[in-house]
Design a protein around this ligand. Structure first.
Ligand code: KG4
Ligand code: ZN
Length: 355
């Protein structure tokens, strides 16, 4: 079965063609346009700007994904390519999958309404997908041998979410806890802003922290010792701000050390609570997902902790390109939990959570 999937929940406009053969999910194409450089100018996402960009890119990315061609310039698609895309979607695509939430209302609307139109006009089933679940199930893309085992713990760490979820199956899951305020990625982005780094700051914070062997700077790992699966990262941002205000200038070395200490404060609590949840619920697999799970230090620290504590837990994280927002994860989820619904029952749902 082949699915055309669309993701437009925030600042990425993405379309993909994903196929399932037996148990193996293969991404045939994944085309993403991002408005990040626009948001870098404003230091964060302005929802209306993000929605306008979605309007601009939604058709080009769908056409690009359908024609599966790396050498088509997405900025100058010609009439022949539109024709090829139209033929492909009619002949080759069995269903359409769409992110219906959570996310920004304007951005979601554009993807959802585009997907509904394609579904109705072409008479293809339409599968609504929860963006957060798709982040976790991105771990099953191209997975041939070592499959995660149920029950497992999913940790979603992105710009908008930090959640620990227990999965007994793809459709039987329980939210165990999450952030009370800022998400982990949001905290990294806000601290990056204090340090004068460009948006989104996660990748640069990772790069800078990698240059540091040791530092005397220590930031509090919020709620580390509280016996709950709750997180809170807004206090960390204030702690970093107070620290930087004590220094007249921030040298490059000092910035690197702040990045190191910031990552440590955030990652220690993520690792501790996730692995505690895995042990308490007898889970042998932990699956990471979301933009922050692209971070190599986070993955290494998880592995080191598992080894040090002699835990029999396998860690899974998606390929880097499937950590940040992408349509391939939406298509994969739809193929794994194929539940099409009538178009007029599907609504963009910004506040969607784990329900
Ligand atoms: O999943 P995502 O693309 O969008 C949301 O659904 O929110 O996540 C974006 C977040 C941003 O906060 C960004 O700074 C963070 O992921 N991020 C990273 C890395 N790459 C992206 N954080 C730490 N290390 C990275 N390598
Ligand atoms: Zn996301």
């Amino acid at each position: 079965m082949k699915i055309l999937s669309i993701e437009s929940s925030c600042d990425e406009t993405s379309a993909a063609v994903v196929e399932k053969t037996g148990n193996v999910i293969t991404v045939l194409s994944n085309s993403t346009a991002t408005s990040l450089s626009l948001h870098a100018k404003t230091g964060g996402i302005i929802p209306e700007n993000a929605a306008r960009e979605q309007v601009k890119w939604i058709i080009p990315v769908v056409v690009h994904a359908l024609t599966q061609s790396e050498n088509i310039d997405i900025h100058s698609i010609n009439a022949d390519v539109y024709k090829t895309a139209a033929e492909k979607i009619k002949k080759d695509i069995d269903a359409i999958a769409i992110t219906y939430g959570p996310g920004l209302i304007g951005s979601l609307f554009i993807g959802v309404e585009t997907a509904k139109t394609l579904s109705v006009v072409l008479n293809k089933p339409l599968v609504p997908v929860n963006h957060l679940l798709a982040h976790i199930f991105a771990n099953f893309i191209n997975e041939k041998n070592k499959e995660p085992q149920y029950p497992f713990i999913g940790l979603i760490v992105s710009g908008g979410h930090t959640d620990i979820v227990l999965f007994k199956s793809i459709s039987d899951y329980t939210w165990l806890g999450g952030t009370r305020d800022d998400a982990a990625g949001e905290a990294l982005d806000k601290i990056g802003r204090i340090l004068g780094l460009s948006y989104p700051a996660g990748p640069e914070i990772e790069e800078r922290a990698q240059k540091v062997k040791t530092t005397s700077i220590h930031f509090t790992s919020p709620l580390l010792h509280e016996d709950s699966y709750d997180f809170s990262f807004s206090g960390l941002k204030s702690e970093v701000l107070r620290f930087t205000q004590k220094h007249k200038t921030l040298s490059d070395t000092l910035k690197n050390e702040i990045c190191f200490a910031t990552q440590k404060a955030i990652f220690d609590v993520l690792i501790n609570k996730t692995l505690t949840a895995a042990q308490r619920h007898n889970c042998k697999s932990v699956l990471l997902g979301g933009g922050v799970s692209a971070n190599k230090t986070l993955r290494n620290n998880f592995e080191n902790h598992i080894k040090k504590e002699n835990m029999s837990i396998s860690l899974f994280a998606p390929e880097k390109k499937y950590c940040t927002d992408n349509a391939a994860m939406i298509g994969s989820y739809a193929l794994m939990d194929y539940k099409p619904l009538p178009w007029n029952t599907i609504k963009a749902t910004p506040e969607l959570y784990f329900s």
